[in-house]
Design a protein around this ligand. Structure first.
Ligand SMILES: Cc1cc2nc3c(=O)[nH]c(=O)nc-3n(C[C@H](O)[C@H](O)[C@H](O)COP(=O)(O)OP(=O)(O)OC[C@H]3O[C@@H](n4cnc5c(N)ncnc54)[C@H](O)[C@@H]3O)c2cc1C
Length: 295
């Protein structure tokens, strides 16, 4: 399959990219890793006249920590996130490491995953559980949007066509905080999840009571969703099997899967229960491990 023809621009700064995007409107599309966009061009699902390569934008590169807040640039590849580091929460590294294949991970970016907004996206789910905010730059400046209000439907978010996602903001990893990521596919690798679950747990100083919890569910709604019921069950309770089982039940009750050619709704709902339980166990072990390391 051949790519259709298009004009190619390689802006060297964010203002230049925003100005080009503003001038060309619907005719132009930002290009990051290309693992979604180029496939859609080849399949003739999209036919932009212009591609704006984002790789020259310094503003979208790199990571940093400031006053307990981590900033991750939109051009971080899945491989880079998967290899961890002081700014990358373990939960995000797990999700990024499960995306596609090594070749895809070397190209696929954080920003591309968030803009593509697939219901089972492997970077979106951990970020949702981590309480992340995205920063969107547009013609009239920057705005921050909590991920919990960002997704609107498959491939559809609150981002306006003239905006560029520049980075993501998160609480910095700290002791007593842990995450768990579980992905079920029809194959072991190169697979979009049939169901995926990301769990984030923050423990009180006693190392047992849940101070804060978020459980994000993938492939069981039109976009990555949080389970408020699971969070409510967990918050303030002693972390352990009893409460995790109740939270898994709450998550399964809130999931909204549909039957499709890859699996039935009933099977997906069962798997939400199982994967939530496993993700919470994993999150607890990571949270307690990080507390012991600190001691
Ligand atoms: C073989 C294969 C396997 C895959 N497996 C998985 C998987 O297991 N899990 C998974 O989650 N995904 C998977 N994907 C999908 C894809 O790799 C990811 O969604 C990836 O993160 C997209 O990032 P990208 O940088 O390649 O985006 P691109 O393809 O460059 O862009 C995607 C869209 O986002 C827009 N965009 C990109 N960056 C920005 C930005 N900073 N600001 C504004 N708009 C932007 C583009 O205009 C385009 O509309 C797979 C894809 C392939 C081809």
């Amino acid at each position: 399959m051949l790519l259709p023809s298009f004009d190619y621009y390689h802006p060297q700064s964010l203002p230049e990219a925003l100005s080009l995007l503003g001038e060309m409107g619907d005719q132009a599309r930002p290009l990051a890793g290309g693992t979604d966009l180029l496939v859609n061009l080849k399949l003739k699902k999209l036919a932009p006249k212009v591609l704006l390569d984002l790789s020259g934008l310094e503003e979208l590169q790199g990571n940093g920590t400031d006053e307990g807040l981590v900033s991750l640039g939109a051009l971080n590849t899945a491989s880079r996130l998967a290899s961890g580091g002081p700014e990358v929460p373990g939960l995000l590294a797990m999700g990024a490491g499960s995306l596609g294949s090594p070749q895809v991970r070397n190209r696929a970016t954080l920003g591309g995953n968030l803009v593509t907004a697939r219901p089972a996206a492997d970077i979106c789910l951990p970020l949702l559980a981590l309480g992340a905010r995205v920063v969107l730059a547009g013609p009239s400046g920057q705005r921050q949007v909590s991920l919990d209000g960002y997704f609107k439907g498959p491939g559809y978010t609150v981002k306006e066509p003239g905006e560029i996602l520049t980075h993501v903001l998160l609480d910095a990893p700290r002791p007593g905080v842990g995450g768990g990521y579980q992905k079920l596919g029809l194959r072991q690798a190169m697979e979009i999840a049939l169901v995926n679950v990301a769990a984030h747990l923050e423990l009180e100083d006693d190392g047992k009571t849940v101070a804060l919890a978020r459980v994000a569910l993938g492939a069981v709604a039109p976009f990555p969703m949080l389970s408020p019921g699971a969070a409510q069950v967990l918050q303030g309770a002693p972390a352990g099997e009893k409460i995790f089982t109740e939270a898994a039940e709450a998550a399964a009750a809130e999931a909204r899967p549909i039957d499709d050619h890859r699996g039935s709704a009933a099977y997906r709902q069962d798997m939400v229960r199982t994967l939530t339980l496993r993700a919470l166990r994993q999150a607890l072990s990571q949270a307690q491990g990080s507390k012991e390391e600190q001691a």
